[in-house]
Structure formats: C-alpha cells, structure tokens
Design a protein around this ligand. Sequence first.
Ligand SMILES: [Zn+2]
Length: 1003
Amino acid sequence: MGKAESFDFSDMAKYNSDAELTPGNGKKGCFISVLVGILLFFLVVCLVIGVGLLVYFAGKDKNCSDASAGSESSSVAELIDKCKDLIDNGESSVCDTCRRTTTTIPSSTQSPAAILQNVRLPRAVLPELYTVGLQPNMYDGPPEMFTFNGTVRIRVKCHQTTNNITVHINKLNLTEKIRVTGVDPSDGIHYKNHEIDTKRQFLIIYTNSPLLPGHYYDLDLSFIGPLKDDLHGLYLSSYKRNNQIVYAATTQFQATDLRKAFPCFDEPAIKAKFDITLVRKNHMTSLSNMPKISSESRGNGWIADRFNTTPPVSTYLLAFIICDFQYKEDMTANDVRYRAWARPEAVNQTEYALSVGTKILTYFENYFGIPFPLPKQDMIALPDFAAGAMENWGLITYRETAMLYDPQESSESNKQRVAVVVSHELAHQWFGNLVSPSWWDDLWLNEGFASFVEYMGVDHVHPDWKMFDQIVVEDVQDVFNFDGLVTSHPVYVPVAHPDQINEIFDRISYGKGASIIRMMRFFLGEETFREGLKKYLQNLAYKAAFHDDLWFALGNQSALENKGLNVKEIMDTWTLQMNYPVVKVTIMADGSIQITQKRYLRDYGAVDPLKFISPFNYHWEIPFTYTTKSNINFNVTDADIHWMHKTETETISANVPGSDWILGNVMQYGYYRVTYSNDNWNKLINQLDEDHKVFHPINRAQIINDAWNLAMSGDISMTIALKTVNYLDKEKEFIPWKASLRELGYVDSMLERTALYGPFSNFMKKKVSGIFNSSSLSSSNMTHLESFVNTLIAAEACKYGIQSCIDEASRLFHLWMAKPTENPIRSSVRLTVYCSAIRHGDIKEWDFAYKMYQESNVAAEKSRLMIALSCSKEVWVLSRYLQYTKISSEIRKQDATNVIVYISGNAVGRSLAWDFVRSNWDYLLKEQGSVLYKFARLVAGILAKFNTRYDLQQLEDFLKSHPDMGSGTRAFQQAIEKTKSNIRWMDTNYDIVKQWLADQNFL
Ligand SMILES: [Zn+2]
C-alpha cells in the first residue's frame, strides 16, 4: 500500500492540531482509493455464516428494518434480496445495518476470503497475458471533456468448464463489438452476449459454447473513459507553469481502480503478465512499470510507446504516466537503472531521494537475499496525489513532499520523511509486489511489514538518526492511543465491501503492524527473523500469501534453530484481538517477581460495541523482560525473555532487593504497557530526578508514556504521571521530549479554554527555558537529532511566550519580508517562526505569507506556510482562509481538509472550523468524503479538543440530525467516545493539575 499522506512539518507546534504534526518521520496513514458510489460487495456481508461472519441486524436502522426483520428465520438469499431492493430504491445507508457484522475469528482453516467469495470473481478462467493500449486525450478543449480510449486483449486459460468470462469494469463505455476467440482456431468459440453487473462492477461475457479446461482464449475489448482529476484510476493531474496549466495523465490503482482504466481481473491474487502500449503527443514522455522497448509514430504528432512485458504482477501495482517531466538518474551497485522524475522546475530537488533510493534498494536486495527482479526502478513526484506514495512495481509514485528535498528550503524532518517514504515503498517491492496479499484482509501484513522495514532501510543510510529509537515514539506509542479504545479493531479484519477495505488503511494496519513485527523480530532474534523472512519470500515469489504463511515460515525457522517458538500461536494473540495488555510488575517479599496481565483500556467504563469478539478472552502471549537498579541491563536479547502464555499471573524466580526499582518491558520491545506499585513508580521517578541517564532514552519515554496513559485510564494516580515530567529541564534527548510533549500537549488542549492555562503556560515556559536559545532560530550546525530537539523546543518556547523567541521570530520574519528572495530562517524552525510572526502580527504578515505560499516551488515550504496561515488570531482572517478551502485555485483540493483541521487547532479558530464543517457538511462529504481516511482525519481533527458536556451535546445533536454520515460515521463515533473521555479527564484531573501547579508556585 501506498505510504500515507503525512504532515511532515517538523516544527509544527501545538498551535494547530495535535500529534498529526510532529517532528520525525511524520504520521503514517495510508492510501485510500476513491470508490465513490460503488455499492458492490455489500450484499455479501449480509451473509450469515455460522463459522465466519455473524451479521446481526439490530433493526435500529430504518433503512434496513425491512431487511432485518425476522432475520433469524430468513434465508441468506432472502436477506440479500431485501438488501438489494433497498439499494435499488436508492437507500444509500443500507450498509450501516447490512454490514453491521460481529466478527468471530474463523475457527476453521477456511479463509474469510473463501466465505466472501461471491463478491469475488469466478476462477473458472484466469488471465495469463494482457495486451493493453491506452491513449489519454488531454491536449485540446476544456479539461471536463478529456477522455482516454483504449483496447485490451486478455489471453485467458480455462481451468473449469464454463460458459462465461467475468472481469471487472467501472466507469468505462465499451466502444466496439466484444470478441472471444479460441487460440486454437478449431475451438470455434464465439461471443454470444454480455451483461454488466454494476453493483459488483462485473462484466460478464457469455459464449456460444462452453470454454474447456486447459484451453486458451483471447478476449478483445475496446473502450473509452473519462479522464478526470479524481486522483484514482487513470486520472488527470495538472500544475502551473508561468500561469499556464500543464496537464499530465497518471494512475493510482490500489485498491480496486485498475478496472477504471481497462476491464481486468482486478484482485490482488490474480496475477498475470502485461504488455503495455501508451500513446502520447510527441512533446510528452511516457512511463510504465517496465522499460520502454520501442516508439512508433501514429501520425498527427502521436507516438505509441511500447513497454517490455512485466513479470506476473497484481493488477493494483500497475502504473502508467504521460507527462513532460524530467529526471536525474543513477545506477545501483547491482546495476538497476534508477531514475527520479519531477516537474522540470523541481527536478533539482530529486537528488536526495535518488541517493537514498539507490542505496536502500541494494540494501534490501542483500537483506532479503533476492535481487530486485525488474531491470529499472523509477520514482516520480506528482503535484496531485492522494496518498503519500504508492509502491507500483518499478514505477513508484509520490506526493511531492514525500520525495522532493531542497537543502536550502527543506527541514531535517522533511529529509527524514523523504528517506522513510522511499524506504517504505522500496520494502513493498518485495513485500507486497513480489509476494502479494491473497486478499485485502491481509493488507496489514504488507503495510505493517513495510512500516517496520522502512526503519531498517533508513537506519542503513543514516545510522546516526537512531531510527530504531524513533520507532518507539513514532509508531508504538502513537498507535497505543487509538488501540486503547473499545472502538479499535483487530489488526486482521475480514473485509469485503470497498468501504471496509478503505477503513483498514489506518494506524492499526500501519503502526500496530510495525510495532508487533518489531516485537516479533525481538523475540525471534535478528537472524531467525531474517532467515525465516528470506524463505517466505523465496517460496512465494510471484504468488500470493495469507498471513499464516509468514507465521509458518518464521516458526519453521525457529524450530530449525531449536528455539521452538510457535510463532502462529503467539502472533494470533496480537493480530486476532484488538487492544493490548498492561502488565503489573511486583517485587515480592522473597525477591521474586510477580507479573499479571489484563486488557488495557483508556476508559474501562466504555461500552464495548462487541463488534469484535476476542478469541482469547483478551489474554496475550507476552515476551516479558525487566531490569532492576542493582542489575541494570538495557541490552536485552531474546534470551532475557520470560514468556507469559496467555496466563493471568506468572512468578519469575529472582532475588531482587526490596530497595531496588524494577523496570519492565526493556527498550519497549513488547507491545504492552507496564505498571507497578506506587512505591516502585516513585522509585523510578526519583531515579529520573537524580540521574535520568541511568535509563535508556527509550525507557525514559516509556515511563512517561505509560504513566500518563495509566493515569488516563485510572490505573494510577495523575499525581504520579505529573511527576514523571519534572526532570525535563535536564533532558536533552529527542525521544523522551517527544513522548513528554505528546502528553503535555494533551493537557494543553484540555486546559486551553480554562483559568489554568496561564499557570500551565508558565510551567511549560520553565521546562523549556533551560535549553531554548533564540540564536537557534537562525544558526545551523546541528546534528539531525539535535535539530529535532531544537525544533520541538523552539515551538514550545514561542508558543508559551518566551519573549526572546517571539521577538527573534518577528525580527527574522520581517527581514524576510524586506527581501523575499533571501529567507534568513533556519528551515527546521520555519514553521514556528512563521506561525509566531503571523500570530503576533497583523494582515501584512498574513498576506505576505499567503503570497509566498502561492509562489513557492518547494512543496515542503508550501505546506508549512499553509499551516502557519492558520495561526492568525483574527477571526475574519481565519474565516476567509476557511472559505478558500472551497476554491481550488486558492487551496488545492487535496489540501482542503488539512487546512480546516489546522484552523481548528488554533484556539481562536476552533469554533469557526466546527461551524464551517457543520454548515458545509453535505458539500464536504461530497467533495472529500470519498477519501475516507482524510475525511476521518478531518472529523477527528476538528473535534479533538472537545471536552465539555456542552461540546458533547453539540456532537450528539449533530449526529441525530445527520443519520447518514457516510464516510464520517466511524470517525464521528470515535469523536464522541474521545469527547466523553476528555470530559472524564477534566472531571478527574483538573483539581489535581491545579494542586500540582500550586505546589510548584505557578498558581
Ligand atoms: Zn505501504
């Protein structure tokens, strides 16, 4: 899957929004394909199948009440028919009930994919080779009229006798007579007729006599389709050059959009070879997965470029581009031709991506023990791109911020983001492209794996960046938040409907996937992990896999090495149930250690919707490790593990002195929290205060993150959590700061509109003033991680009102205004400086920044200006900015939801943004709702700080008046849960925080 869209602005303070905008590699989301208006597949989830899916119709949803009534006795067929009728009658919300599924984990070996097979293509005939010609027509006339036309010949092999060939099709018009021919002329097969099942996006072609097993047939189709700027399928992209609009045609097919470009067997497991021809005008260039082998003139300035035949590849991994871009190129150590493409104006910004790309490609070849199978690798930065990047085999597409790097204009964080995304997409070339998921339910394995391996690739190129430390704050602690809710979901979720497929491109698939793979690498040991992985990839190359295939490969490797770990049994507890455990560690009177596990929830009172039932009653296989004061060891290996095998309590024989502290989950390798007696918590805090360096930075971050979240859930007192950040004046490392600011940022967002905000700001000011230095806003000479810390601290300093920060920011900004061609501000703190200057300035500063936003040629600079523009304190300025999100010539459509979220992050803008979203709900749903993760992020973003009963009432009222929330449904339910938890936090902790501030004389 494509790497997520990310907000990559390191110096994003908490001015706007929250953890989305943080230093480091930024947030990983995911690519979601637009599947507007597609209603296919949903019928199947109405299936009540004892073993697999249990659908229960609650009968609450008026649209489905017909279908639900008497569902106990209705046959599956009847239910499907009823659902079908509702849809035929235009009931769009029917799915809310029809897919309200309670998933029990399949108890048999039958994959849910098999259960859901009637939304899947029949397997009677399967494709061997596609011969495709595509011609985008985007050179004359208005862009609304642009089209593409094409032909495809699919050579299929028949595997079972059948009278039809069924393929996917969407939004295409067939233009010529369909032909079916036997490759052996004596077959005498002919096309009879065809039908289109629009709901399932099936084109079913019937033949005059049966197709026979073992025989080959050619299916010929011609078609025309619209070339629109909808970011999915074969779509129209554009950018401006000297006020002229330049067009390009490009593609995004994951998950189910190749069928929008030509009729095909559009499922990840149905691999075939492809011969592609792209027809372009002679001033353009064309690109695809394989190298170009010939070009021939077709007259009138048209050129047809033919590409080499691909190896067997999944449909979602194809890519076609016609553009006027330029490239830089290099050869890898193993002779793979590697090119980096961009708009001619930006091609100079591709050098960094090219240099890390070539190194990481070779590193992965060596690590996986399998050469990159294609002769070339292209990467291309596109001005319009919905995801962060997409791993198309041999032609990886990126959003500009994820690939372009300008040493003058981009920050260290931008640089890291480029390296991370490049690494992520290259990891997919093996994990996903060479070995593909059998079905989308195993998306998490692709994404989790690539989200872990990306750290390995970047670590190889930049060992000083400490990527394996950063993963703890970027992924493990980040996803802990979401996964601590009853509305989370298991990593592995059976999916069928495209909305369901889209929903799982989320933090659980990426972040939790990466975190549990990291844990697995730890308990297996690096060599076992690597050898098992190699065998898995070698055995399944050019094929499709189910996650059990990986567990077995790693388990077999472990057995070979006499470690005997049952990888499947262990990993099933982490993938088939949601949430994670908290382990309580107690030193007993005899010096032994008792550990107990329970399911952690941020709110133990929340009502579990029971959408997912744990097959293990929320017990996990936990690789527990610990260290103590008198036996300090942060260098743990798999030999140090004490396993908890789904048991409630275990005792570890040891001889720990009563005066020692004990620390569990060393290096936070395990995906679980740890808690202790108050006495032990206080000993850990004393150690932080006396000499924090005794703990590894990862465990400093862990102590803080665990304490705050255990206080959130009520497992320990907030007083303990507050004490974990007292030592921060002495902290100089990035990881603990990042962890602390995540928690303190939450306190900030809760107190923002209360009387305690002033005293809290004074506390924050004191914590950062020790290490803030105003000269750091313009000076350079910092290492990568020093720059990260500096970015965080500068943001806090300006935000909490350290005068030297505000003054210096204003001075530098005005210098820049006086000479726009010479920006004197260090790139890594530009967002802080811009934001502070706009916040403390007036319309002159805003207008200047907006002008620079429109003129900038560097995507990273553009994005940070876009964020900083939301920092104004002027209501009218913010209102105007909100209106700009509806005008694509002001704010690009792909950025509109981000801008709204940024504005809502500003205390002044919060209610403006909420009003704007409410009054423009239908518009937003129509324009933005199709990109589900972005829409979910919009809803979550604008509601993140809601924390009063009045806020809650507003949400509930809004939900009541909008029973059909479409893509916003789940995010809205989560926002309500979050608001309730915020209210609870205020009820429980406001007075404690007040007392704590008073005790330190801030009140
Ligand atoms: Zn991915």
